[in-house]
Design a protein around this ligand. Structure first.
Ligand code: SAH
Length: 241
């Protein structure tokens, strides 16, 4: 199995559009694809079924993060709500020097990520099972230089879940779809409570598909008050903005 010739070509072409040479990483992506498809037959990990969708919407979309000038290492990175490992696993494959923690609240998803980390022989990739609201009050608090999150929650919720993990001076990057304006408008209110700041919004189009995406960058300017994040479920139920 693995990736077809067509799938490999797509990945290389899309990578080149992002300024990345993915040739050395083709075997790892092929293996990841294989693991994902195999696991998806047992448990529902991803809605994406076709090879083209997985290559573009999982692999390449994850790698669009690397177009930002934020990755000069060594860095500790948290992938918050990684699901089946996105964007964390593609990031780790291309940038093995990044120390990445892959956090998700769903046990079966973390089990898959752990299986993939082992199968790919990734060192410095740490699957972590739990809720952000709980883990952000322990040893992981203010312990990361970067937090990344894709398709996890609206920005007002995500800011409360993610900023507590960042050390002061750190950055969080939220991968968002085409419409972010409505989410951005109220965001400063939440950021003021959390010690965060909106640093930038970087629109781009997804390689090969041309669909519009936005990378929203938040900076951590001051320690987050210890009352945040609030108890599990509260950030989503009563967002700060
Ligand atoms: N980032 C992946 C998965 C998105 S689905 C991707 O883009 O493909 C959102 C994931 O976030 C789910 O797997 C869910 O379990 C996780 N999640 C949502 N809220 C969370 C929380 N409070 N703590 C930990 N994980 C959370």
């Amino acid at each position: 199995m693995g990736l077809s010739l067509e799938g490999s070509r797509l990945l290389l072409e899309g990578g080149a559009a992002l300024g990345l040479d993915l040739e050395p990483h083709l075997p790892a992506f092929a293996r990841l694809y294989e693991l994902l498809m195999e696991a998806n037959r047992r448990v529902n990990l991803t809605a994406l079924r076709t090879e083209r969708e997985v290559v573009v919407k999982h692999f390449l979309d994850s790698l669009t993060l690397l177009t930002l000038p934020l990755w000069e290492g060594p860095l500790r990175v948290l992938d918050l709500g990684t699901g089946a490992g996105f964007p964390g696993l593609p990031l780790k494959i291309v940038r093995p020097d990044l120390e990445i923690t892959l956090l998700d609240a769903t046990r079966k998803k973390v089990a898959f990520v752990a299986e993939a980390v082992a199968a790919l022989g990734l060192k410095g990739a740490h699957p972590l099972w739990g809720r952000a609201e709980a883990l952000a009050h322990g040893e992981h608090r203010e312990a990361y230089a970067r937090v990344v999150a894709r398709a996890v929650a609206p920005l007002c919720v995500l800011a409360e879940l993610g900023l507590p993990f960042l050390a002061v001076g750190g950055r969080m990057v939220a991968q968002k779809g085409p419409r972010v304006e409505e989410e951005l408008a109220p965001l400063p209110r939440a950021l003021a409570l959390l010690g965060g700041r909106l640093e930038g919004v970087h629109p781009h189009s997804l390689p090969l598909l041309g669909e519009v995406r936005n990378l929203v960058v938040l900076g951590k300017e001051a320690p987050t008050p210890t009352r945040y994040p609030r108890r599990p479920g509260i950030p989503e139920k009563h967002p700060l903005c």
